[in-house]
Ligand binder design. Structure first.
Ligand SMILES: [Zn+2]
Length: 440
């Protein structure tokens, strides 16, 4: 049975408050970004030095956050991480709000206003849940220890996304303590449930009107890439009915496993019709048959067999078009085999998302990164579902995905370099200054 909360986007798609994204022009964004960077240049060396000075604090915070196990959908949930973030940010004068739609599935927003002005609001964003550690024998160090070895911190979530969470906290602290004349709001959102689609995390913050911002960085990338577009995802359960009978009746009874053999093969081969290649998200939509359950007993013909398919959609492709394509395949099979009884059910749906490369949020992030690390990250799409879509379409927040991390998502020996971590904090601070540094 589907968890109804995992289907919330079925209703939302096409009715989003912010589906029509603001217009932007690349050269205007670039010119504006460069002007802002020039305006804050005199503050930057001091800010960068302050981040370096906080190295020990930053590393011990990250190790504590990695040590607070928060594997997605485990009973302890994200609460242990949220408590650390809340403690640190309250200590820096931030107002903290937490929501918990299910026990321990905590999401948090912390804000502090400077110079009496609500806007602009700069939002640092990360998720607190992780995927499981997987096979422990493949880890060189215990996955929840946060071992520091030769300038790297190892652990589950080091890249995805606990350096994001920690960088947000450290940057928020640096800005609060900077003594600079800031005008606007610094906010940190650390959320639950990203690895399962965000329905129990960011979606809950948005429903309660708690997520806002005029510029947001979702802190989880590699130095060379700003991620600005991503695929959507459908988990589809397909069930075939047969007839339960003694094995001796095999000549006449319908075997659900054998029927499913035909259905699974046809779905795995299917092509989607209603989509276009995307300039930034590579490839096309695809379906993979990834789970099967069927049969009850050694001496009974199975009366039921079901599979779960992982379908990844392209930006612009809708759930209804995907279901129409699946319906056509199943309809053709029924026509060839009148005894086939097959049904399908959506278990989870996550929309695709994209922000244009000309948007000021993209260009300002590229400029801030260039100023700190001397590399201009390329704006690219990713073949994965992310929380970006919620921020863009449902909360109207210009959000890009960026950090100086490592490509160690979901693998054993996940790690971050301490240099990359500090560079990330520096870039967040510079980007924030571009929005918040008051005129003098
Ligand atoms: Zn992540």
């Amino acid at each position: 049975m589907a968890d109804p909360i995992r289907l919330s986007e079925v209703e939302i798609e096409g009715h989003e408050k912010f589906r029509d994204w603001r217009r932007s022009d690349y050269s205007e964004s670039l010119e504006e970004g460069r002007a802002r960077l020039r305006r804050v240049e005199r503050y930057i060396p001091g800010i960068l030095a302050e981040v370096d000075r906080l190295e020990e604090y930053a590393v011990s915070l990250l190790r504590e956050v990695i040590g607070a196990e928060s594997v997605n959908s485990s009973p302890g949930g994200e609460r242990p991480v949220a408590e650390i973030v809340a403690r640190e940010l309250r200590g820096q004068g931030y107002q903290v709000q937490m929501v918990e739609p299910e026990p321990n599935r905590t999401s948090l927003v912390a804000s502090r206003t400077f110079g009496g002005a609500q806007h602009p609001e700069v939002l640092f964003y990360g998720h607190m849940d992780t995927v499981p550690a997987g096979n422990l024998s493949e880890w060189r160090y215990p996955p929840f220890e946060g071992r520091v070895v030769e300038g790297k911190v190892f652990g589950r979530g080091a890249q995805d996304c606990k350096t994001g969470v920690s960088s947000a906290v450290v940057a928020a602290r640096v800005l609060a303590q900077s003594g600079l004349k800031l005008s606007g709001t610094v906010s940190v959102a650390t959320v639950a449930d990203e690895e399962a689609g965000g329905h129990k995390g960011v979606h809950q913050l948005i429903e309660r009107g708690l997520l806002h911002g005029d510029y947001a960085v979702y802190i989880e990338s590699v130095p060379e890439e700003v991620h600005i577009a991503h695929n959507g995802m459908v988990w589809l359960k397909v069930t075939v009915r047969g007839e339960s009978a003694h094995s001796s009746k095999k000549a006449t009874a319908t075997n659900a496993i054998l029927e499913m053999g035909k259905v699974a093969a046809a779905l795995d081969r299917m092509e989607f019709t209603d989509w276009k290649p995307h300039a930034l998200v590579p490839g096309g939509p695809y379906i993979s048959v990834n789970k099967i359950v069927g049969g009850n007993k050694e001496n009974m013909i199975p009366d039921e067999c079901s599979i779960t398919c992982d379908i990844r959609t392209m930006p612009g492709q809708t759930l209804s078009s995907v279901l129409a394509d699946v319906g056509k395949i199943l309809g053709d099979l029924r026509q060839k085999d009148p005894k086939l009884i097959v049904s399908h059910e959506v278990l989870t749906y996550g929309r695709s998302g994209e922000i244009p490369p000309s948007d000021p949020a993209v260009v300002f992030t590229q400029l801030a990164a260039e100023r700190v690390i001397g590399i201009t990250p390329k704006a690219v799409g990713v073949r994965a579902l992310t929380d970006q879509r919620w921020a863009l379409y449902d909360a109207g927040i210009p959000m890009v995905i960026y950090s100086c991390g490592t490509p160690t998502w979901h693998v054993p020996n996940e790690y971050i370099t301490i240099k990359g971590y500090l560079d990330t904090v520096k870039i967040l601070c510079v980007a924030a200054l571009m929005h918040l540094a008051g005129e003098e």
